[in-house]
Design a protein around this ligand. Structure first.
Ligand code: FAD
Ligand code: NA7
Length: 453
């Protein structure tokens, strides 16, 4: 097939896109030229851990937001690739909540198997994308970061898979300027051990606040106060973690909350979320959204309504991750391969409006999980992605939510069954709250603490 497809980013979404095309090629399809641009020197996106924060080695804002000792915060069974199971990769069932390095190994395992690395240009940043109506092509300005050289290239389709958890949303509160300790965003947080023995303020009421509060306490923080803006998470926190309402002001090292309470702290970690930030997209092509389950202007959550030859992957807030990226990638691929025809613009807008109105009416995590599962099933209904038990993943997510409300330090000690193979996951040898070593070797060593296994 003639034509060129540009894929921006070689994280899990970009790799899903490349893999989807390779699957079609293996099935005999004529696939257009694929070029994936990745500004980092290796693949894996956020899962490619870096100790760097602030600027990367090229002077660009550092992409990485992951930190040491990060373990999966959802059951791995809800993100399993239906065409490359955990059992296939590891040769046996493994526990449900792996540390970062284990998940990275799994993601890269499939990418290696399908041989997609040859399509990726590393240390290569996309600096600009616009569209030429006359030729109906996209013009990309690309920088080879190693050589410091820029060039222009033309493509027929563009897939933006650059992620949206890398550019921090950084609020300020009165008194921050005079605070005598460190104030950082979770994007720059790397190692909990830095905060051992300290009193911390964590600002935010979502996944990062929850996990970083637990992490820092686990690795020895003296106390952690979480400040929420809208609603408390209200998990059964272990001793030494408490939730207070919104921050009002800071005086010296004393932080004051809107209910009149105050605490003395040594450091402040802003877990205040991220911005969808695409400075490399021309204004008319640039997605502008907050972190929602159904962003505006994206038909099927993927196609830019003004010009569906431009596609965005994984721009949703995420319960489902790799499964959703696959569903979106398969659908995008089939559009590029002319296997799927999209409706006219009015129909696309009508469909988006229905999804977005439904999102506005959702009440709580259970309905949000079903909403995202419905989005995925809507896509999978029209593509040849291998079958798996999607209903089971919905059930798993709801059970997981329940486990979290029962024990926020213990939910990772549960095991779930695979929606692809049906195999139940073994329980990890060490309770997560006690497990300080997150290396792949220790995680996979089922004889650890159980020499007879
Ligand atoms: P990313 O992983 O962000 O990858 C995007 C890639 O695009 C990067 O490699 C980047 O360098 C590249 N790129 C960006 N801009 C350009 C450009 N202009 N030119 C060239 N290349 C570019 N998900 C889970 O499933 N389980 C978890 O436990 C989990 N924990 C998380 C913890 C944290 C702290 C964060 C921030 C996220 C977590 N996630 C988790 C969600 C995470 O978003 C997804 O797992 C996944 O990494 C998203 O993949 P992606 O490819 O869309 O984006
Ligand atoms: P989220 O899930 O987007 O949440 C951001 C949180 O930050 C949310 O609770 C916001 O409060 C809070 N926030 C935003 N601005 C402020 C200000 N000004 N003051 C106080 N609190 C604020 O981002 P996360 O980083 O938690 O999670 C993103 C991903 O990283 C996720 O996939 C995880 O797996 C890891 P609100 O509730 O809107 O009042």
């Amino acid at each position: 097939m003639a034509g060129r497809v540009a894929i921006i980013g070689a994280g899990p979404s970009g790799l899903a896109m490349l893999h989807a095309f390779e699957r079609a090629r293996a099935g005999g399809a004529d696939v257009p030229e694929l070029v994936c641009f990745e500004k980092q020197s290796d693949w894996g996106g956020l899962w490619n851990y870096t100790w760097r924060s602030g600027l990367d080695e090229h002077g660009d804002p550092c992409h990485g937001s992951m930190y040491r000792y990060l373990w999966s915060n959802g059951p791995k069974e809800c993100l399993e690739f239906a065409d490359y199971t955990f059992e296939e990769h590891f040769g046996r069932p493994i526990p449900s909540f792996p540390p970062r390095a284990v998940l990275e190994d799994y993601i890269l395992g499939r990418a290696k198997k399908s041989g997609v690395r040859r399509h990726i240009q590393f240390d290569t940043a996309v600096r600009w994308v616009d569209h030429d109506a006359t030729s109906d092509t996209f013009r990309l300005i690309i920088e080879d970061l190693g050589r410091g050289e820029s060039r222009e290239e033309e493509f027929d389709h563009v897939v933006v898979a650059s992620g949206h958890f890398s550019v921090p949303n950084v609020p300020s509160y009165p008194g921050f300027e005079q605070f005598p300790g460190r104030i950082l965003h979770s994007h720059d947080f790397r190692d909990s051990q830095e905060f051992a023995g300290k009193d911390l303020l964590v600002v935010g009421g979502s996944y990062s606040a929850e996990d970083i509060a637990l992490q820092t306490k686990k690795y020895g923080a003296r106390s952690v106060t979480i400040s929420y803006r809208s609603a408390p998470m209200s998990f059964p926190w272990p001793d030494g973690i408490e939730e207070l309402p919104q921050l009002d002001r800071v005086e010296g090292r004393t932080v004051h909350f809107v209910d009149g309470s105050s605490r003395d702290v040594d450091a402040i970690i802003l877990c205040t979320g991220y911005r969808h930030h695409f400075p490399f997209m021309a204004g008319s092509l640039r997605l502008s959204t907050s972190n929602v389950l159904y962003p505006p202007n994206l038909y099927k959550g993927v196609f830019w309504v003004d010009n569906p030859k431009l596609m965005y992957l994984s721009m949703q807030d995420q319960f489902y991750t790799f499964t959703m990226f696959d569903a979106e990638a398969w659908y995008a691929r089939d559009y590029v391969l002319d296997r799927i025809t999209l409706p006219d613009r009015a129909e696309m807008e009508k469909d988006i409006a229905v999804w977005r109105a439904r999102e506005d009416s959702l009440d709580g995590p259970s309905e949000q999980i079903d909403f995202q599962a419905d989005h995925i099933e809507d896509l999978l209904a029209e593509v040849d992605y291998p079958a798996f038990d999607m209903a089971l993943t919905r059930e798993h997510f709801k059970t997981w939510e329940h486990h979290k409300t029962e024990s926020i330090v213990g939910y990772r000690d549960q095991g779930f069954s695979s929606p692809c193979t049906g195999t139940p996951a073994p329980i990890h040898h060490t309770a997560w709250w006690e497990a300080l070593d997150d290396s792949q070797a220790t995680f996979l060593d089922q004889r650890e603490k159980n020499p007879t296994a």
